[in-house]
Design a protein around this ligand. Structure first.
Ligand code: C5P
Length: 220
């Protein structure tokens, strides 16, 4: 893995995503495909990224009955996802089914639990994220997604091997957009994040390569 930066490809066409991937591939090892892009392109975009020898964070935020989530998790594994998200509030049975269906597979995605969205305001978030993280860990997930404000507490409660991924990353020079519980790239990594997810500060920058390089410098 080149570094801790994951770029979120929240765009509405294969062409736009391809352009970003082609430009950023020399600097980025993992690209995040979320609901907008996956609904637009389907597995084609996952194949494109994998064929470039890059990894796919499939951020589908699954939340459904256990049997449906099990089926979607298996499909994500078959497409070659490196990471997959599911909502922790979907419950322990749902998360266990997802974990079980991957058993024995050679290539399987890391399962990450979504806790409290970083677009939600901070009041009480740390407590909630802490509770949800413990449920996720007990249910066999590999880690969680949360804001940088919560990383330290999660690592302390769940152990250093439990992965913590931070979106809501905003360098000092970028607009906040709809994100509320934000942190800079350096703050997130200092708090112990295994990966940071950055979307618009890079993808909507005038020059996406310059923006990505600037963030990578801040991570050092
Ligand atoms: O553009 P921006 O940097 O805000 O993108 C953040 C990305 O991380 C989006 O794709 C969003 O769906 C995702 N995300 C998030 N908060 C979470 C989980 C995922 O912002 N808790």
């Amino acid at each position: 893995m080149k570094n801790k930066l994951i770029v979120a490809l929240d765009v509405n066409s294969f062409k736009k995503a391809k352009k970003l991937i082609d430009e950023l591939s020399p600097y980025v090892s993992v690209f995040k495909v979320g609901n907008e892009l996956f609904t637009t392109c389907g597995p084609k975009i996952v194949n494109y990224i994998n064929n470039k020898k890059k990894k796919v964070f499939l951020d589908l935020k699954l939340f459904d009955i256990p049997n449906t989530v099990k089926g979607a998790t298996l499909a994500a594994a078959q497409h070659g996802a490196f990471m997959l998200t599911l909502h922790v509030i979907g419950g322990a049975d749902m998360m266990k089914e997802a974990r079980e269906v991957l058993k024995g597979r050679k290539r399987k995605p890391l399962l990450l639990g979504v806790t409290v969205l970083t677009s939600a305001a901070g009041k009480g978030a740390t407590k909630w994220v802490g509770k949800l993280a413990l449920v996720a860990k007990k249910s066999g997930l590999n880690g969680i997604v949360c804001s940088a404000k919560e990383t330290k507490a999660i690592k302390k409660a769940c152990g250093k091997d439990f992965l913590v991924i931070n979106p809501g990353i905003r360098p000092a020079w970028a607009a906040k957009n709809d994100q509320k519980r934000v942190a800079t790239p350096a703050e997130a990594v200092k708090s112990g994040a295994n990966f940071i997810v950055v979307g618009r500060p890079i993808t909507q920058a005038k020059n996406v390569i310059t923006a990505a390089k600037r963030i990578l410098r801040e991570l050092k």
